[in-house]
Design a protein around this ligand. Structure first.
Ligand code: FES
Length: 102
């Protein structure tokens, strides 16, 4: 769900695109962050903590914590609250520490 109208803010979401979240196609916009698109699609759990495997979700939303770490196009530990959506990118839930694929 996205806010369509606001009394004092205008939204410039940019171009509509699609990307993949855990293999499922998700809709987003070029001017919104990955987590905003996932939130609009109903995704609340973004990963799990490294040691106790507790669920993690959006926390600070400004790039200052590690709560939203996800793997984006094989790059682990991407803060998806500050990275914008791109057509065709692959976003995966990250459970524990990220793994660098070589
Ligand atoms: S939610 Fe804190 S860095 Fe993204």
């Amino acid at each position: 769900m996205r806010i369509e109208e606001h009394p004092i803010l205008d939204f410039d979401r940019g171009e509509k695109i699609t990307f993949f979240y855990n293999g499922q196609e998700v809709e987003g916009y070029t001017n919104e962050t990955i987590v905003a698109a996932l939130h609009a699609a109903g995704v609340r759990k973004l990963g799990a903590s490294p040691e106790l495997h507790r669920p993690r979700g959006l926390f600070c939303a400004i790039g200052n914590c590690s709560s939203c770490f996800m793997t984006v196009d094989d790059e682990p530990n991407v803060r998806v609250c500050v990275v914008k959506c791109k057509q065709g990118m692959r976003v995966e839930e990250q459970n524990g520490r990220g793994v660098v694929r070589v």
